[in-house]
Ligand binder design. Structure first.
Ligand code: HEC
Length: 144
């Protein structure tokens, strides 16, 4: 019984995200990017020794990046250019390049996730994948 309730609320939560993605892609993509930010913070803390290295957490950082990439694909439709967004018009002027950068980010995060075994390999992975954040923001995100 309890299992059914948990499952039902998980499905409801997924449904809500999907509905949000349809009705409000700007909020949905910002929420996803916030997850990127939160996971990057955890990565930075492990790399600088502020928190101890934990392989499961390290893999979760990279798995989250890969999931964000996948889920963001449909969240930049034409009608979401304006509003409360830091996305630059350049995205829609160079949509193929933007989509490629987003996909590349996901692919490298996924590849890195399977390679990470310890702190050193996590550092390498993050210096690699981390470049994709700035690489995309420089061109496609308003400076705040
Ligand atoms: C392919 C492009 C791309 C990649 C890769 C990317 N971002 Fe973003 N990011 C964006 C865009 C575009 C926005 C602005 C979204 C909006 O305001 O609609 C954004 C917004 C953000 C925000 C602000 C969210 C908010 O509060 O509104 C954070 C934090 C962020 N990104 C972190 C990251 C991190 C960390 C990475 C790498 C691990 C990353 N992003 C990778 C394109 C990208």
């Amino acid at each position: 019984m309890i299992r059914h309730i948990v499952l039902a609320s998980a499905i409801a939560a997924l449904g809500a995200t999907a509905v949000l993605a349809q009705s409000d892609p700007i909020s949905a993509r910002k929420e996803l990017m916030k997850e990127n930010g939160a996971q990057s913070r955890i990565a930075r803390e492990m790399i600088t020794g502020k928190q101890s290295f934990d392989l499961a957490k390290a893999k979760k950082v990279l798995a989250t990046f890969a999931a964000v990439s996948e889920k963001s694909k449909t969240l930049y439709p034409d009608h979401s250019k304006s509003g409360d967004t830091a996305a630059l018009p350049a995205i829609w002027e160079n949509k193929a390049d933007f989509d490629a950068k987003l996909a590349e980010f996901g692919t490298s995060a996924k590849a890195a996730e399977s390679k990470v075994t310890d702190l050193d390999s996590f550092k390498d992975a993050m210096s690699d994948v981390g470049k994709d954040c700035g690489g995309c923001h420089r061109t496609y995100r308003k400076k705040t």
